[in-house]
Ligand binder design. Structure first.
Ligand code: PLP
Length: 419
């Protein structure tokens, strides 16, 4: 459930009519709803009520906006970070270092140093090589790094190839049959406390079955590691729960996910970590855009909007579907190709889409844009970076300024020898 709905024929975010935001901030602009973020955070946590000892660490990469992180920090959430940039954001939002997990296959030495200095809660190491390097760095600093080993459980998440992370040939984690040996090696290093295991098999999962399969494998691994004398106190179950992008699309309910987790893990005797991203933020945001003009096409008209693939990359990147609707629907509909202004055919949001009738100057939204939206923006075609707004009841604030093409150009130089 979200808080974007028509009131008196005009789409609102909570109690704010979207045309007001368009007038004051301009378009395109991402609009997030605080009430929706809080609701999703609460429902996800309530789904896990039967899990006694847990940390829910929001996957910052899904939406790293500081104000969004602050909303989640106030809900007691931690942060799953995949770069030092994300870690700095989590800390700036007031998330305690011990609630920060550092994931990612390519953490650099300087990132490991920075995260050790910050005193983060857990490093999810993705290779023996990384573990050895972290051990050396932590030893030099006189610190002990709390670690889990990310396992590649070799399950097919049944999701898009580009967001699948748990198959044997993906770059993430280590094969499950090598875990014992890596634990054995790293057990000898006093500067790392390898205390657990982690998985994350992919994103936008429509079914619980692949998650359950991965968790069952992890449970077996925990038993065998303990059998070999290792102390396992933490297991990180990652993220991946899907959200509905289409009207009527069925995705796992947090309560069902929580019940499955509670059942599978009940005898593990560990502290569990969760890393939800999309399920918290996806439907808490829309991308508000204005129609530039409608152009005749060979078959369908082209609705050319002022948002483009640089603002919302998912359709171009994964062929992703985003529901598209008018802010002030007339009740008429049309079949259209919905495109942005960028000089790439890939800058197409939908072909032959049945949608609300629109003409030049009208406002519209792409729904389910709160996760993997603004965070993937670029300035391609010198369009600048899109602005972001957070709504709270009948008020709103700009939580990320639009960075125009001029400011980006200001960071560039023509060297003397070319002038
Ligand atoms: C991306 C990612 C997540 C979040 O995935 P969602 O599908 O958004 O829940 C969690 N953990 C790791 C390690 C990730 O890379």
């Amino acid at each position: 459930m979200d808080h974007f709905a028509l009131k008196d024929g005009v789409m609102h975010a909570e109690d704010v009519p979207l045309p007001r935001i368009a007038d004051e901030v301009g378009t395109p602009v991402y609009v997030y709803s605080r009430a929706t973020l809080e609701r999703h955070a609460r429902v996800f946590a309530e789904g896990l009520a039967a899990v006694p000892d847990k940390l829910i660490a929001f996957a910052v990469k899904a939406n790293p906006n500081l104000a969004v992180l602050k909303v989640l920090q106030r809900q007691g959430y931690g942060a799953d970070c995949v770069s030092v940039g994300e870690m700095r954001r989590a800390l700036a939002a007031g998330i305690a270092p011990e609630k920060i997990v550092f994931s990612g296959v390519g953490k650099t030495a300087s990132e490991l140093v920075a995260a050790l200095e910050a005193g983060i809660g857990q490093f999810n190491i993705e290779s023996e090589e990384e573990g050895v390097e972290l051990a050396e760095i932590a030893a030099e600093m006189g610190l002990t790094a709390q670690c889990a080993l990310r396992i590649n459980p070799d399950v097919d998440a049944g999701t898009h190839d580009k967001i699948s992370t748990g198959k044997a040939d993906n770059k993430f984690g280590v094969p499950i049959d090598q875990a014992g040996q890596i634990f054995g090696k790293l057990a000898a290093a006093p500067s790392v406390n390898l205390r657990g295991v982690a998985v994350h098999i992919g994103s936008q999962l429509a079914e619980l079955a692949p998650l359950e399969a991965a968790f069952l494998k992890l449970g077996e691994l925990v038993k065998s590691l303990r059998g070999a004398g290792h102390t396992i106190t933490h297991v990180d179950l990652g993220g991946g729960v899907g959200v509905p992008y289409r009207k009527g699309e069925i995705t796992p309910a947090p309560a069902d996910y929580g019940a499955m987790v509670a059942r599978v893990t009940k005898d593990w005797g560990v502290s569990l970590i969760f890393e939800p991203g999309r399920v918290i933020a996806g439907n808490a945001g829309v991308l508000l855009t204005r129609v530039v003009r409608v152009k005749r096409g060979l078959n369908n008209p082209f609705v050319i909007v002022d948002a483009a693939m640089n603002d919302l990359a998912r359709p171009a990147l994964y062929g992703a579907y985003h529901h598209f609707e008018a802010v002030q629907p007339s009740g008429e509909s049309m079949t259209a190709n919905i495109v942005g202004p960028i000089c790439e055919t890939g800058d197409t949001f939908a072909m032959g889409r049945e949608c609300d009738a629109l003409s030049g100057g009208d406002l519209a939204v792409f729904r389910t844009a709160g996760a993997y939206g603004a965070t993937m923006a670029s300035s391609y075609n010198s369009r600048g970076f899109v602005a972001e707004v957070l709504v709270d009841g009948d008020r709103f604030a700009v939580v990320a300024d639009r960075i125009d093409a001029g400011s980006i150009m200001d960071a560039e130089r023509v060297p003397d020898w070319l002038a």
